[in-house]
Design a protein around this ligand. Structure first.
Ligand SMILES: [Fe+2]
Length: 232
């Protein structure tokens, strides 16, 4: 059966094998589900934020909470002439409006880069598949440092929506047979190597889905945090 994507695809050539240090927790499946956040983040933390029109993985808007320079800018980290890896994030004015999300990111203890709330409009499965992609998280990240990965915390309750994950194939496209789904109920938390795995969200709801997405550098602090969130 023909693949639903064609090459060349912009994700195909994003580096996969590099010397960066990786987390053991992600080496197998490329993602790890954490236990659900017990105490839901209130709507007052994410609905009043300042959102910007920025398309990634569907009809999306993003509220930047940390950026390269603290300005409200979705592109931030790769400004021409001021390139920096997706680390060393600085909080924006939005961070003052979401103290719990800010504290959540700081409590991880790892170097973080961009931190954003995503607002995703409903997106059926077939439409989502056309938006599947890999992230370029490690551009400008020195080889001797930790691989940048991403964490999700689901803010809205969409138990029938899910993130689609697939491994990268030799043809430069996602491998359908490796497809797995991560559920997106409120409080669902997970960490994904989004440079390794193709990913996109199928959102079956009738209202926007919100989630906190953070870039973190792999290393002992992130490893400890993941362990603390997976232990029984
Ligand atoms: Fe992505």
């Amino acid at each position: 059966m023909a693949h639903w994507l064609t090459t060349p695809h912009w994700s195909s050539d994003i580096p996969l094998d590099t010397p960066h240090s990786r987390l053991d927790a992600l080496k197998g499946a490329g993602f790890v589900r954490l236990r659900d956040l017990e105490d839901p983040v209130p709507e007052s933390e994410y609905l009043p934020l300042e959102y910007m029109d920025w398309k990634s993985g569907g009809d999306t808007n993003f509220a930047p909470i940390a950026t390269a320079d603290g300005e409200l800018d979705c592109r931030g980290f790769w400004k021409p002439g001021h390139e920096q890896p997706d680390k060393g994030g600085r909080f924006t004015v939005n961070a003052d409006r979401c103290p719990r999300s800010k504290a959540y990111v700081e409590a991880v203890g790892a170097d973080f880069g961009r931190v954003r709330v995503i607002k995703l409009e409903p997106q059926p499965y077939e439409a989502a598949l056309l938006q599947i992609h890999r992230d370029d998280n490690n551009r400008f990240n020195p080889d001797d440092q930790g691989w940048v990965v991403r964490s999700w915390l689901e803010l809205t309750d969409n138990p029938d929506s899910f993130m689609i994950l697939m491994e990268h194939g030799d043809d430069g496209l996602p491998i359908r047979e490796t497809e797995v789904h991560v559920p997106l109920h409120r409080g669902s938390q997970f960490v994904v190597d989004t440079q390794r795995l193709w990913h996109v969200v199928c959102h079956t709801g009738s209202a926007p889905r919100y989630a906190l997405i953070s870039s973190f550098e792999s290393g002992p602090p992130l490893e400890r945090w993941i362990e603390s969130q997976t232990a029984a």
